[in-house]
Design a protein around this ligand. Structure first.
Ligand code: S3P
Length: 169
């Protein structure tokens, strides 16, 4: 129940923030996508291309279940994990859910040079990002705290989370 779960759209900084946050707390850092890659021995792109999104989502949910048995973790989740209500319920029962946000422009800038996001492979237009954010908004809002990462340094975001965690304890 004492883990910290980072949720948020692609490019909101979950992995960078999670790595530093885990170091600061002395917790183990787990990147859910990296766990899926390790478990399946293939890339996220390949899973989507060969087996489809629903297969990816089933592995993702299995990994979420596995994490609920552990404690003292900082978990960086994939941007779509929150789409499944059961995933959200399990993640919230595992610890504090921190939702990272950013403006569509910031997300677009951060994703421009990336090629490992299958859902973005047909273009990273502002319109597409804005539409996906709107579609997912309610799922991201299902969190204990929401932090806007736009224009902020990783260290400052981590400091913000640490202050909030102390208040919460
Ligand atoms: C996804 C986000 C990705 C990855 C997959 C699907 C999504 O993770 O899980 O490509 O549906 O938003 P990141 O948020 O770490 O990029």
């Amino acid at each position: 129940m004492n883990s910290v779960i980072l949720t948020g759209f692609m490019g909101t900084g979950k992995s960078s923030v999670g790595t530093v946050l885990a170091q600061s707390l002395g917790y183990r850092f787990v990147d859910l996508d990296a766990l899926i890659v390790a478990e399946t021995g293939t890339t996220i792109n390949e899973i989507f291309t060969r087996h489809g999104e629903s297969f990816f989502r089933s592995i993702e949910s299995a990994m979420v279940k596995r994490l609920t048995n552990e404690s003292h973790l900082v978990v960086s989740t994939g941007g779509g994990v929150v789409l499944d209500p059961e995933n959200r319920r399990l993640l919230r029962s595992t610890g504090n859910v921190v939702n990272l946000t950013a403006t569509p422009e910031t997300i677009r800038q951060r994703l421009l040079s990336e090629s490992d996001r299958p859902l973005m492979k047909n273009g990273k237009s502002l319109e597409k990002i804005t539409a996906m954010l709107a579609e997912r908004e309610q799922c991201y809002a299902d969190a204990d705290i929401r932090i806007d990462t736009t224009g902020k340094k990783v260290e400052d975001i981590v400091a913000e989370i640490l202050i909030w965690l102390k208040k919460d304890c």
